[in-house]
Design a protein around this ligand. Structure first.
Ligand code: URP
Ligand code: ZN
Ligand code: ZN
Length: 458
């Protein structure tokens, strides 16, 4: 059914205008004044609301075997949570580990998402070892429309690659025109620091941060940038959390390295005291890189406002209370990750735009447009234009609420952001012209999401 949105206050990364917007066959076909519509058209009056392009989360984990367990969401639950929160596309980390076959892993991840996700999706393909058949397999995966890789400099012997494997991955990425995303922490140092803390009887979640200090992330970031410079590949640092790593990334950008930066929701709003809470409450806030000292948050917000941090993702990775308790005896066994796919847009709007830190257009850019551009989805996604997919968020800036595990759609029994105030939420969310959400309720079609083909452009 065609859709007409009347009186829309259209906000993109670089423009604001008032117009009507007409959608046919999944696509925006007209933007203009006083548009007419044939009988049978669904009409939504957007007076008093803001209309944004569908938001894009460039870093999520839904299907994830990790740390002796599995992340709790499926693509069904995770995509509904995403949509309720205004995210209409996500890019999942496809993470077969070092002992798995990459191509088999890719097909497995695809099978988990297809027919299950209610919103559109793609993958960053993790390269967790590099051997004879890897190049051929990666070429095949890129041909299938996956235009980005993922490497981990952390998680030795599981996801982690050594420097030679990083080099080979980046060299191939350069040949293929693919961007490489990277988790930047020094695996050797993390392993040594973990072992010495445990040997001193320091087993609680409060020791997770000291086992992966700022310098460990700064080194990983600097090393990744150095390898980019020497291979000519394009790169993207994921979940950058602290000043030292930010300085390393900014210095590389200034040297002309093709490097972009993502920070994730927890690092803007939560600090290390959350992981220092007694018992399982602390464990619920264990992720890597870890939650840092509060002083880093101001630096991240400022860098985001200035465009030095390019995107905001979530690193959504839900493990429930029972799973977190796997680490009751040793912080090194706590499954790493905090959910956030549902809260990202609303918390960024509330604590960024409403608190005056983030310009409305930079907000759209960081939460949607920039990821679309970096990962080969623009202008199909990430903007409001004739010809773009009709992924739209009609946003109610007058909504007031509070984050609560009781009302969330994510399949997890806690929220890392419990009690955070919300000043705004999506009123209507469409995916390719179909209304999927109304006022916090999923009203759409499950399994409607498509795997998005992305071209290699670097
Ligand atoms: O703690 C985290 N970030 N868990 C998910 C895996 C990763 O490193 O992205
Ligand atoms: Zn990571
Ligand atoms: Zn991650």
């Amino acid at each position: 059914m065609p859709l007409l949105i009347r009186n829309a206050d259209l906000i993109t990364a670089d423009s604001r205008s008032r117009a009507d917007l007409y959608v046919e066959d999944e696509t925006i076909t007209r933007i203009g004044q006083h548009l007419d519509a044939p009988p049978g058209t669904e009409i939504i009056d957007a007076t008093g609301k803001l209309v944004f392009p569908g938001f894009i989360d460039p870093h999520v984990h839904l299907y994830l075997p990790f740390m002796s367990t599995f992340a709790k969401d499926t693509h069904e639950t995770g995509s509904i949570a995403a949509l309720v929160g205004g995210t209409t596309t996500y890019i999942e980390m496809c993470c077969p580990n070092r002992h798995n076959d990459a191509l088999e892993g890719y097909h497995l991840w695809k099978s988990k998402a297809q027919g299950a996700s209610a919103c559109d999706f793609s993958f960053h393909m993790a390269v967790t070892r590099f051997e004879e058949q890897t190049e051929g397999q990666l070429r095949e995966i890129v041909k299938d429309g996956i235009a980005s890789f993922k490497i981990f400099l952390a998680y030795k012997n599981f996801f982690g690659v050594d420097d030679d494997e990083m080099y080979q991955t980046l060299r191939l990425a350069k040949q293929l025109g693919v961007i490489v995303t990277a988790h930047c922490e020094n695996a050797e140092l993390v392993g040594r620091l973990q072992a010495s803390l445990l040997a001193e009887g320091k087993t609680g979640p409060e020791w997770h941060e000291p086992s992966r200090p700022e310098s460990v992330e700064a080194e990983g970031t600097h090393r990744f940038a150095t390898f980019l410079e020497n291979t000519g590949a394009a790169g993207y640092v994921v979940h950058l959390s602290c000043e030292g790593a930010l300085q390393a990334a900014i210095a590389a950008k200034r040297r002309g390295t093709r490097l972009w930066v993502e920070s994730v929701l927890p690092h803007f709003l939560l600090d290390r005291t959350y992981a220092e809470r007694p018992g399982v409450e602390g464990m619920k806030h264990v992720m890597s890189p870890p939650l840092r000292d509060k002083r880093h948050q101001r630096l991240l917000w400022d860098a985001l406002a200035a465009g030095l941090i390019d995107t905001v993702g979530t690193d959504h990775c839900p493990f429930d209370t029972a799973q977190k308790l796997l680490g009751a005896e040793a912080f090194t066994q706590i499954p790493n990750g905090i959910p956030g796919i549902e809260e990202r847009v609303n918390l960024l709007y509330t604590y960024g735009v409403k608190r005056g830190t983030l310009d409305l257009h930079r907000f759209v850019d960081a939460a949607s447009t920039k990821a679309a551009k970096l990962f080969g989805l623009f202008p199909r996604k990430g903007t409001i234009a004739v010809g773009s997919d009709a992924d739209l968020v009609i946003y109610d800036p007058d909504y007031r609420g509070v984050v609560s595990a009781k009302t969330q759609h994510t399949n997890c029994d806690y929220s890392g952001f419990e009690g955070f105030e919300l000043e705004g939420r999506p009123s209507v969310v469409t995916v390719r012209g179909k209304v999927q959400v109304r006022d916090g309720v999923f009203v759409g079609e499950r399994g409607r999401g498509r795997l998005l083909r992305r071209e290699a452009t670097y």
